[in-house]
Design a protein around this ligand. Structure first.
Ligand code: HEM
Length: 355
């Protein structure tokens, strides 16, 4: 008999370790098993209860509900957390990362290409007639202040907004994740706050200039001659703003209003609109922004390098009288009493080219 040498079962360290591991495994297994009736204990129905599932093998209805975006019950204040799968989100994401970005890129790139082409073909639009050496006030300090408030905030909003849309494909590979993340986080902050400055600017632009931007019959003549933009020496008459400027004005006011409205919805999530509406607002916000940026790029070109004498109007507020005669003959007539040089056609409102 070897019984005298036999050690007790618990005296083998290996057996003790194995027993310990087995107990630990059992504890973990049981700890993960949900209680038989979670609903009964918490007072809230489980998703399976909500979907009316009867047994472990019958979850089809529950999953159908989850997949179709049904809202289950949650005990936290954010009720939208009860939606586990928001299927419209897929549609939103594929539109944002697909057609929106692609066509947006074409619109912006197309506008830049057109302006380069226009510059190469037409060159800088010069003052045709001899300069008088005299100036006339075009915009007072308040008007210029409002313009630059709107313009300054818009340019920063445009740059930071485009970074959110295109930055990860263009700037991230150049600057790396650390710089890009910091830059984008600060940019988003700036974007949120400057939105209010832009809304104020657009409101003042509207109040200040709406009376000069009501379409009238001069606009038809101006548009038929394309404002003389493509033909040297042609200067259709215009009051304070010509038809092209009225387009810029209404694009700024209506586009700005739409951007402000959708921007506020996105700035205060779920305060005014549910998730699906916010996704729509995001697409509208980005789409309108891209189109307005393209329009404003053309405006910036004509208001600076594209046309001699134009920038002064928003710079110090005074423009060369000859510039004003060529581009806003009816306005000069209103302000100074000066008659346009030549009259022609029915109604006699056709202004001559340069003197
Ligand atoms: C940042 C560069 C910009 C420059 C150099 C610029 C230049 C000018 C100039 C020179 C005028 C006066 C034109 C005239 O005397 O007839 C003007 C007018 C105007 N600007 Fe700007 N602008 C800029 C940005 C913007 C932006 C970002 C907006 C709107 C978002 C804007 C909206 C307007 C509007 C509504 C007018 C009156 C209508 C018109 O003249 O087209 N501008 N700008």
């Amino acid at each position: 008999m070897k019984s005298g040498n036999r050690r007790g079962w618990f005296q083998s360290p290996l057996r003790v370790v194995l027993l310990g591991v087995a107990m630990l495994a059992l504890t973990l297994v049981f700890a993960n098993v949900p209680p038989a009736s979670a609903a009964g204990e918490t007072g809230y129905p489980t998703l399976a209860d909500q979907a009316g599932a009867t047994g472990a093998g019958n979850k089809a209805e529950m999953w159908r509900g989850i997949r179709s975006g049904e809202q289950g019950l949650v005990s936290i204040p954010n009720k939208s957390a009860g939606v586990l799968v928001q299927s419209e989100g897929e549609a939103w994401r594929s539109f944002r990362n697909g057609p929106l970005m692609t066509y947006g890129g074409w619109v912006l790139g197309g506008m830049l290409a057109l302006l380069v082409l226009f510059f190469l073909v037409r060159g800088r639009i010069r003052i045709d007639g001899p300069k008088t050496g005299r100036t006339i006030q075009r915009f007072n300090a308040f008007e210029r202040g409002v313009h630059w408030l709107t313009a300054g905030s818009f340019v920063v909003l445009a740059v930071t907004g485009l970074n959110v849309l295109y930055g990860r494909y263009t700037i991230l590979p150049l600057l790396g994740p650390d710089v890009f993340a910091a830059m984008t986080a600060y940019g988003k902050l700036v974007h949120n706050y400057l939105g209010f400055a832009f809304i104020l600017g657009v409101t003042l632009v509207f109040l200040m200039w709406v009376k000069h931007n009501i379409p009238n019959r001069d606009d038809i003549d101006w548009a038929l001659k394309a404002g003389g933009l493509f033909s040297k020496g042609v200067h259709p008459p215009a009051k304070k703003f010509n038809a092209g400027q009225k387009v810029i004005f209404w694009a700024t006011v209506l586009g700005g209003a739409a951007l402000g409205f959708t921007g506020i919805q996105l700035l205060f999530p779920f305060s005014f609109a549910p998730m699906a509406d916010m996704q729509l607002f995001q697409l509208v916000h980005a789409g309108i922004a891209v189109v307005l940026i393209a329009v404003i790029i053309a405006h910036i070109y004509i208001g600076s390098v594209g046309m001699e004498g134009a920038f002064d109007a928003m710079g110090n507020g005074d423009v060369e009288l000859q510039w004003a005669r060529e581009h806003h003959s009816l306005w000069v007539e209103e302000v100074t009493g000066e008659r346009p040089r030549h009259h022609g056609g029915p109604g006699g409102r056709h202004h001559a080219p340069a003197e």
